[in-house]
Ligand binder design. Structure first.
Ligand code: TXA
Ligand code: MG
Length: 331
């Protein structure tokens, strides 16, 4: 398939026209690039799963430009959801609500819920307004691989499989949105992201728990996020996440051939010599923003092993640790 490549300032009419006809368009968001299709067109939605090689039970996030479309996509929206939209949207927060019967069940992998998000990237908003459709959009990677966080990565993953790819530059955050199951009286974080537990707690005024942390009564809901059980964010290289205690690093790395290994770490951490490649980040935010791109870079450089130094589990650090654990196959 010929893929139209569009620049940030180009007219998005052709991309919007493709979406209206049931085509696929890759577009930038502030988190990662998304692979979008008309969310109410069952065939278009199914073609997302085909292009990504995504298991059919892994539900998609539906993107909207503002809250006007909400009542057409979800029902029994709790007042708590309105408060969260007001505080964090547009932005990297996805709310899981009860699905409106008009939305094809395939969007949600057969669940009776729907995940909704208003992205803040200007190009994403322009595309959503131009096409006037709710767009189902997972990250634009092949299933299981790191998510694309710039145009080059998006093209490498999807050129030839989609109608258009729109360049919006490097993604500002670099990790996917926080996914929250929104119940009338509490919130369950299904996937950590830039909107942290502390931020949610402050705004919500109700209990906020993490997936896996809840009581037995809640575990039925936890299972209702099947995407969290599939392998994710895996480069070709083996990924090894170092423990918090740096005293143990030497022992763990002993016997590993560092000349075929790459290291990702914060700049302040002391690094021994002999690595194939080292990427030092000036802040946790930069580490998060560059994480997926670094995995791809290290794969391209032929690393057999990618060693990741941990970060404190606060703010975006919580999301970064979650993705590192998943890349390492430990979650
Ligand atoms: O930042 C993001 O959220 C990006 C950009 C493109 O918006 N999208 C993204 O989509 O990360 P995806 O498909 O890669 O991840 C969607 C996540 C999965 O973990 C999935 O299980 C969860 O959202 N999810 C979607 N719908 C759900 C639902 N109805 N119930 C529970 N979890 C849901
Ligand atoms: Mg994804």
């Amino acid at each position: 398939m010929h893929t139209l490549l569009l620049g940030e300032n180009d007219d998005l009419t052709p991309a919007a026209a493709s979406l209206k006809q049931g085509g696929l368009v890759v577009f930038p968001t502030e988190t990662v690039y998304g692979l979008g299709a008309h969310a109410l067109d069952r065939r278009a939605v199914l073609s997302i799963f085909a292009a990504k090689g995504r298991p059919a039970d892994n539900p998609l996030i539906v993107h909207i430009p503002d809250s006007a479309l909400l009542s057409k996509l979800a029902v029994r929206i709790p007042p708590l959801a309105e408060r969260l939209w007001a505080a964090f949207s547009p932005g990297p927060l996805t709310l899981v609500l009860e699905r409106h019967p008009a939305v094809p069940a395939e969007v949600s992998g057969g669940l009776d819920t729907i995940a909704l998000r208003i992205p803040s990237h200007p190009v994403a908003l322009r595309l959503l307004r131009e096409c006037g459709l709710p767009l189902a959009a997972p990250s634009a990677n092949h299933s299981g691989r790191p998510s694309p966080t710039d145009f080059t990565m998006a093209c490498a993953a999807m050129q030839g499989r989609v109608a258009a790819i729109i360049d919006g530059g490097p993604c500002h955050l670099g990790l996917e949105s926080t996914v929250v199951r929104c119940l009338p009286d509490r919130l369950i974080i299904l996937r950590p992201g830039a909107v942290s537990r502390e931020m949610l707690q402050k705004t919500a005024g109700v209990p906020v728990t993490m997936l896996g942390e809840q009581s037995d009564a809640e575990s039925g809901l936890a299972l209702a996020s099947p995407g969290t059980h599939h392998p994710h964010y895996r480069p070709r290289a083996e990924v090894l996440l170092l423990p918090d205690d740096s005293e143990q690093w030497g022992e763990i790395l002993q016997g590993r051939s560092l000349h075929t290994a790459a290291l990702l770490c914060l700049a302040a951490q002391s690094v021994q010599a002999g690595w194939l490649a080292v990427r030092e980040f000036g802040s946790v935010e930069e580490y998060a923003r560059e994480f997926y791109r670094s995995l791809e870079d290290m794969d391209r450089q032929g690393a057999a092993l990618i060693v990741c130094a941990p970060v404190p589990q606060e703010g975006i650090g919580h999301a970064l640790m979650n993705r590192m654990l998943r890349s390492a196959g430990r979650l």
